[in-house]
Design a binder for this molecule. Structure first.
Ligand SMILES: [Zn+2]
Length: 418
């Protein structure tokens, strides 16, 4: 699936010209009076004809366009240029108040598929070693230009470099200090153009992780969101396959509901413990929000409706535990018609049902989710759609949906655990 990438790519060429040449010529001719000898009826007809011609000309454009050979790529940087680019990177680290001297030699794990070994062999990389918490902050500064980017996809001079975080899959010794590494790499072909970004990824052991905002536009295709307001692009890292699946789910949800999906925490770039969660440590979890953009709060944030089960009935309210205003029913005359949120939950459940890699779908509402639970188990033994009545050891999820990816066999016939 191809998407325009707000974080990963520059803006589209603004010189794109949508007016047709033929339409323009006729317009000029009319303005210049060349058609003045024609009858008024003919002129009217001609005026009416312009938009139609414009449409036809526009539609025909791709066929007429002559293929233009791309300019030859610039030669790869010389050793002197590489040294200068790494010096620039080191200066930028100081500007970003990263107060540690980078090393020019390899350090920490260098997974074969990462290309890091070659980068060091060619003198294209430097590395910072730090505790998980430091590496998270330094990566956010280098990638987004801010220690805590929130939902904003900012920019730093280091965004043009390839930025690669590595860490061992497990600490070398039990109880040993957990260290990770941030490699700043000049791509083999040199830096991309100003305003463009390098490849940003993480390797947890040999597993490749990527950031959601490099695959999906956080200003148009989804909304980074948490109910407590602490959403951050720096907490949207996960295993590459998980991110690709989220991209597809968000795209289909947008298409079917007409609203963008709210997406909260995935994991930190290093993995490991993350505030607000027991889980979300391994790049296999995501929180999703069924946002109501038609009822923003005072700060302009979309409304999230909380699900609450009262005497078997499913309530959707502005505050937790059935408090606050009720979300309007789709059909006010029909108590069983459900709300916009329950309709969105059903759409999301239909989309996710087809993705068998997702082992657990967790949300409070049994009215929507119970029928999906049986179907999920038929598709893949042990797959579950969990809700207030069957959630086992999973915590309640009243304001968002939690998705968990699990590879391999799933436990069957036992109370589900996170
Ligand atoms: Zn969660």
């Amino acid at each position: 699936m191809l998407v325009p990438l707000a974080c990963a790519y520059p803006l589209l060429d603004p010189s794109f010209d949508d007016t047709s040449e033929q339409g323009e010529q006729l317009e000029h001719a009319t303005r210049d009076g060349e058609l003045s000898h024609l009858s008024e009826a003919t002129l009217e007809l001609a005026a009416a004809f312009v938009p139609m011609q414009a449409v036809v000309a526009h539609a025909a454009r791709p066929v007429e366009a002559e293929p233009v050979a791309p300019p030859p790529p610039p030669p790869p940087p010389t050793p002197e240029e590489l040294a200068a680019l790494l010096d620039d990177a080191a200066t930028t680290l100081v500007d970003l108040e990263i107060k540690i001297d980078p090393r020019r030699g390899p350090r920490g794990p260098l997974p074969a598929a990462s290309g890091l070994q070659q980068a060091y062999d060619h003198g294209r990389a430097l590395v910072l070693e730090g505790r998980f918490e430091q590496i998270r902050q330094w990566m956010a500064l280098a990638q987004f230009g801010s220690r805590e980017p929130g939902p904003h996809c900012g920019y730093s001079p280091l965004s043009r470099y390839d930025l690669v975080v590595t860490r061992p899959a497990k600490p070398a010794k039990k109880g040993a200090k957990e260290l990770a590494y941030l490699h700043v790499v000049v791509p083999a072909r040199g830096l991309p153009k100003p305003g463009e970004r390098g490849t940003h990824e993480a390797w947890i052991g040999d597993a490749r992780w990527i950031n959601l905002a490099d695959s999906l536009d956080p200003t148009a295709d989804y909304l980074p969101f948490k109910t407590n307001g602490n959403e951050s692009l720096a907490r949207q890292w996960a295993q590459a396959d998980v991110v690709h699946a989220i991209v597809d789910i968000a795209g289909e949800y947008h298409q079917r509901t007409g609203t963008v999906l709210g997406i909260g925490d995935l994991s930190h770039v290093t993995g490991g413990k993350i505030e607000d969660h027991w889980t979300h440590q391994k790049g296999v979890d995501v929180d999703l929000y069924l946002l109501d953009h038609d009822h923003p709060d005072k700060a302009g944030r979309p409304q999230v409706w909380w699900n609450h089960i009262k005497r078997g009935a499913s309530l959707w309210t502005a505050e937790p535990k059935g408090k606050g205003a009720r979300e309007p029913l789709v059909d006010p005359a029909d108590e069983l018609s459900g709300t916009r949120s329950s309709a969105r939950l059903e759409v999301l459940a239909e989309i996710v049902l087809l993705v068998d890699d997702i082992a657990y779908f967790v949300h409070n509402d049994p009215v929507v989710l119970d029928p999906f639970d049986d179907q999920a188990g038929l598709r893949r033994p042990g797959r579950r759609f969990l809700h207030a009545d069957n959630r086992g050891f999973w915590p309640a999820h009243a304001d968002h949906i939690h998705l968990r990816w699990v590879a391999g066999e799933l436990p069957v016939g036992v109370a589900p655990r996170p």
